[in-house]
Design a protein around this ligand. Structure first.
Ligand code: MN
Length: 395
């Protein structure tokens, strides 16, 4: 008999689907939240049949279970842990641990792709084009590679995963992977996914107006409360407010914080680590502890949400040689303009400020972080230039 303990997201559940494909009725599968896994492992070690082969995928165990699993293994127990989270790399010290972050240079791994390779290598599955395509879609979604590769099918697979129950998803995928030679969505699913896509867009648009920023442990965080679409939301908000190091998505019901970033210079698994969590460089999470609640909720309760940059401007543009005008809720005007190719100056309400910046971006980040400013609309820009002209005439 086999037992699989896996994560309850698309990557984790797809490991369960592969296990069912390989072992049929001989496997029992349980999906867990990150915090729920350790209890399941303990239960298995105390009450499970010691002849059962235990797989753990897409999740890692705490120190206590790490030691207990190793004892179990040393005593002849069969266990294999497969994970792709950087924070689990130390488990490679054990024969039963296999943690790979990158399959090869520039190709990030997912638990499903690692488990598929394992099952092929050990003869539990034979190669199938449709299964390989499914595994690749899961890998692309889980590692966010789909966006770079422009593969919306991967994103739609994840959307479908959230639209139906886990049992329904398992069943639908299993029957598709057993037959067919190409992975497809049926007509009904396509229709459903189109509707879902529009709903997600509206949700994200609304959430863009609810982001507050805060300087926490030497990083700039954008904070938003949201129950759903964490990855899509984190990605969109990180692009919209690119002066922020990361986006923290708070879920009060589950007392969790999801951390997302698009910046290569930021590692949110380290940020999550400060609050007892972990994950990947660009996607991580932690519990909403009392300390985190103070920083991410109480301290920012009075903050006004950020505003998006004006989008349809023709004159007031980023990085322009005339300068770019920013404004804030106090209706201050900030003109960021080039003094020379290597230096940008700043004027506030027509008065010179002492700060200078070595690039436009540096000045923009300064204004967004310290003045909570956004790119003004064209009308405001034109008015500012007219005022400047009047002032010059008076003097
Ligand atoms: Mn994963």
């Amino acid at each position: 008999m086999y037992k699989l303990l896996s994560h309850n997201d698309l990557d984790g559940v797809s490991c369960g689907i592969l296990a069912r494909l390989a072992f049929g009725p001989d496997v029992s599968v349980r999906y867990n939240s990150i915090s729920g896994l350790n209890q399941e492992v303990e239960w298995f070690l105390e009450n499970g049949d010691p002849n059962t082969f235990l797989f753990i995928t897409d999740l890692s165990v705490n120190e206590e279970n790490e030691a207990k699993l190793n004892q179990f293994y040393q005593a002849g127990g069969k266990v294999q842990l497969l994970d792709h989270h950087k924070t689990a790399l130390h488990l490679n010290d054990y024969k039963w641990g296999h943690v790979v972050v990158e399959e090869k240079e520039g190709r990030p791994a997912s638990a499903t792709s690692l488990f598929y390779d394992y099952l092929l290598k050990h003869g539990h599955l034979t190669h199938s084009a449709v299964v390989a395509e499914f595994v690749e879609l899961v890998r692309q979604y889980d590692t966010w590679e789909w966006e770079r590769l422009g593969n919306r099918k991967a994103q739609r697979l994840n959307a479908l995963f959230f639209l139906v129950s886990m049992d329904e998803f398992e069943e639908a995928m299993l029957s598709r992977l057993k037959t067919g030679d190409q992975f497809f969505f049926n007509e009904f699913e396509e229709k459903l996914l189109d509707m879902e896509e529009r709903k997600t867009e509206r949700y994200i648009r609304r959430k863009k107006r609810e982001v507050v920023q805060a300087h926490i442990h030497d990083q700039w965080a954008g904070i938003v409360h949201a129950e759903s679409y964490h990855s899509e939301l984190g990605n969109e908000l990180s692009k919209e407010f690119s002066h922020l190091d990361y986006i923290a998505i708070l879920s009060m019901g589950s007392k969790r914080i999801s951390l997302r970033t698009i910046h290569d210079s930021v590692d949110v698994s380290r940020t999550a680590g400060l609050f007892g969590g972990g994950g990947h460089a660009k996607a991580a999470g932690c519990s909403l502890s009392a300390e985190a609640f103070g920083l991410f909720v109480t301290d920012v309760f009075g903050h006004e949400p950020l505003r998006e940059d004006a989008k349809r401007n023709r004159y007031n543009l980023l990085d322009s040689s005339f300068g770019a005008l920013y404004t804030n809720r106090q209706e201050d005007s900030f003109l960021l303009y080039p003094l020379s190719p290597e230096q940008w100056g700043l004027e506030q309400n027509h008065k010179q400020r002492s700060e200078t910046f070595s690039s436009f971006e540096e000045g923009e980040h300064f204004l967004k972080r310290h003045e909570t400013a956004w790119l003004a609309r064209d009308e405001v820009f034109v008015q500012y230039l007219m005022d400047a002209k009047k002032r010059a005439e008076v003097h």
